[in-house]
Design a protein around this ligand. Structure first.
Ligand code: HEC
Length: 158
């Protein structure tokens, strides 16, 4: 079978295009509400997975490297969803949100914070996979810092 080069190139370009978060603006209140729900869903999942790790780091629940590895893997995967699920600018609508407008006006800095979380969570997956408690605890702290680092700049104070 002869491979059709131009078809392959087109297919690759399509794959690339669908993976890039294209910034856009909500076009109706309904659209803004839906986009906000999805955005907050990603952060809620991050919170749920991080909560367990924080409790372990503080010694409130027993340390379990397998659970850390599982949750850290999820956090890492969720980090790759943040760009897409925050791409829709909802700032023109009255939605219940803690996202500051900077999420959309200072996109480069926001994406740098996302990258920090991806890197830190990948480090945590690696540390947990060794089963070493001390380095895993330290790496949990490293992930926590990247959550706080973004919140300090892009999320309203609670
Ligand atoms: C790149 C920036 C960024 C990173 C990194 C980040 N967050 Fe957030 N987070 C936000 C923003 C912005 C909001 C506000 C979303 C909204 O209200 O629309 C938010 C909201 C939240 C919420 C509230 C969700 C809700 O609506 O109930 C939780 C919980 C949360 N983040 C946890 C975390 C945890 C845990 C981490 C790290 C593992 C993390 N976040 C990393 C930006 C970030």
């Amino acid at each position: 079978m002869k491979l059709n080069t131009s078809k392959i190139i087109t297919a690759c370009a399509l794959i690339l295009a669908t993976n890039v978060a294209v910034a856009n603006t909500a076009t109706s209140e309904k659209h803004a509400v839906k986009a906000t729900e999805l955005r907050q869903a990603v952060f809620k999942m991050l919170g749920a997975n991080m909560g367990t790790l924080g409790a372990m780091a503080k010694g409130k629940i027993p340390f379990d490297a397998k659970v850390v590895e599982k949750n850290a893997t999820r956090i890492n995967q969720l980090s790759f969803m943040i760009a897409d699920y925050t791409a829709t600018d909802t700032s023109a609508y009255k939605v219940k949100t803690e996202a500051l407008n900077k999420v959309w006006t200072d996109r480069d800095a926001f994406e740098k914070r996302i990258k920090d979380l991806s890197v830190a969570s990948e480090k945590l997956v690696k540390a947990a996979s060794t089963g070493d408690e001390a380095s895993t605890r330290a790496a949990i702290g490293g992930v926590g810092k990247t959550c706080g680092g973004c919140h300090d700049n892009f999320k309203q104070e609670d």
